[in-house]
Design a binder for this molecule. Structure first.
Ligand code: SF4
Length: 153
C-alpha cells in the first residue's frame, strides 16, 4: 500500500463540515497562511501522517450512511493525491464529497493542476479565511467571502 497522502486526522460522524453526517478527512499542508487561521499546525505537510488510499477507505466504508468531506489544511495542497482518493470513493460508494479550499473557485478553474479535482467532488467551499469577514451566521463557512458552490445536483 503506497502511503502518499499526509493526513492530520479523520473525524467520523461530524455535522460541522457540510450537510448531514460526514466523515471528515483533515489533510496536512496549506500555503495560504490566513491571519486568524483556526489550525496553523495544518500548514506543514510534515505535521501529518503518511497514509494510503486503502487506509483512508477503511475509515470511510464502514460509515454506510455518512458522506465525506475533505478539509485541512487545504486539501488542494495535495491535489494529485486527493483526486486519486476522490476517484476511489466514487468508484466504491455513492457518497457525496464536499471539499474545502483556501483557493477561490476562479483560481481553481484557471489552474489545470488544481482543477483536476473538480469533476470528482460534489461541493466546493472556496476561498481563504478573512478575519475581518469572520462570521458564525453562514452555515459551513468561517468568513463571509467563502462560498458553498454546488458542482453537482
Ligand atoms: S486556508 Fe484554511 S487552513 Fe489554510 S491558512 Fe487559511 S484558514 Fe488556515
Amino acid at each position: 500500500m503506497e502511503k502518499f497522502i499526509s493526513v492530520l486526522k479523520i473525524i467520523p460522524s461530524t455535522t460541522a463540515d457540510g450537510e448531514g453526517f460526514r466523515t471528515s478527512i483533515y489533510f496536512a499542508g496549506c500555503s495560504h497562511h490566513c491571519r486568524g487561521c483556526h489550525n496553523p499546525q495544518a500548514w506543514k505537510k510534515k505535521n501529518g501522517t503518511m497514509v494510503s488510499i486503502e487506509e483512508i477507505m477503511a475509515h470511510i466504508l464502514p460509515n454506510e450512511f455518512e458522506n465525506v468531506t475533505f478539509s485541512g489544511g487545504d486539501p488542494l495542497y495535495q491535489v494529485e493525491a486527493i483526486t486519486r482518493l476522490a476517484i476511489q470513493i466514487k468508484i466504491q460508494t455513492v457518497k457525496t464529497i464536499w471539499c474545502y479550499s483556501g483557493y477561490t473557485y476562479e483560481q481553481i478553474l484557471a489552474s489545470p493542476r488544481l482543477s483536476m479535482i473538480l469533476p470528482h467532488i460534489d461541493v466546493l467551499v472556496d476561498g481563504p479565511f478573512l478575519l475581518e469577514k469572520k462570521t458564525n451566521q453562514i452555515p459551513f463557512v468561517g468568513s463571509s467571502n467563502q462560498r458553498v458552490i454546488m458542482l453537482t445536483k
